[in-house]
Design a protein around this ligand. Sequence first.
Ligand code: TXA
Ligand code: MG
Length: 331
Amino acid sequence: MTHARILEASTAGAIDEAAGVIRRGGLVAFPTETVYGLGADACNPIAVARIFEVKRRPAFDPVIVHVADPVAASLYGDFSSGCAQSLIREFWPGPLTLVVRKTEIVPPVVTAGLDTVAVRMPDHETAIALIRASGRAIAAPSANPFGYVSPTEAGHVAALLTGVDLILDGGRCKVGVESSILSLAGSRPLLLRAGGAAPEDLERITGPLGWSTDAAVRPDAPGQLSRHYATRTPLQIIAGQSVGNQQHPGERVGLITMLPPLHPERYEAVEVLSPTGDLREAAANLFAALHRLDRLGLDRLIARPVPAVGLGIAIMDRLRRCSSPESGAAP
Ligand code: TXA
Ligand code: MG
């Protein structure tokens, strides 16, 4: 097992070294405001293909192209519509990925053969510095093995992926859930994935959004697969405090909850996402909490629902996809 080198992003020369890896067709894991990405030169098909190998993705699957400014975005996709321009003005840099018609220069391996491309400008100085220094757009999915919880710390990447050439450590990701993905390629704007940009905020620009559901559209975003972003430990979403009654003797259960529980002694481990009930803080802590709980080898995890508004929509989406089918949790 080869372990990737981890370089503190603020170290002198770190960005230039990482940029060199990208230019030579290598893979760099780098921080963004949402989660860590596993990046390659977007116009180098072999480098992009390596991403799938390292993530152990079962099939090619479209990846997001990361750019350092809106002008660069227009090299890869058609952002000429008024709606695209308004969204870019309002949300970039930030956790919004836009899906539009692609241009000729995007290799098919990036879009998995689709005629659309997903593009975003991350709100993270290390990500932007890396893109600028490499002189390339960077194609990057989240830097986790296929189907597993996304990484929000450099250590998550190091623990889970082999075959990465370099990991840039930029600390914890401040948003903590992946970007919202909005498709502008169809007849009306369609939210493909709830994420770091609150749907209510997007709708102020787009008007009422279409929402893709598992049943309604084919999962060209695998983040839409029903069990994805999942821990190895089975997870159930259970509301209320009645859960103590449902525990079996000797069972080791972990709890993930927004607010401190009434009976912490009932659990082997408790992760409180935001003692003040702040959904942004809860989103930022969600994946690190899941990673910590999943390392404990517990029998079961229980998650308490959070209010389904703002970032709570993305949090509940990820918890549902993390939960086991047999758990009886909402689909
Ligand atoms: O916050 C994020 O979006 C992170 C950071 C690293 O930027 N990236 C991320 O990438 O979550 P990934 O690959 O884990 O999820 C991107 C999703 C996938 O589900 C993919 O199918 C979808 O975006 N996607 C990419 N291109 C698409 C396209 N042309 N049409 C529809 N969905 C697309
Ligand atoms: Mg992912």
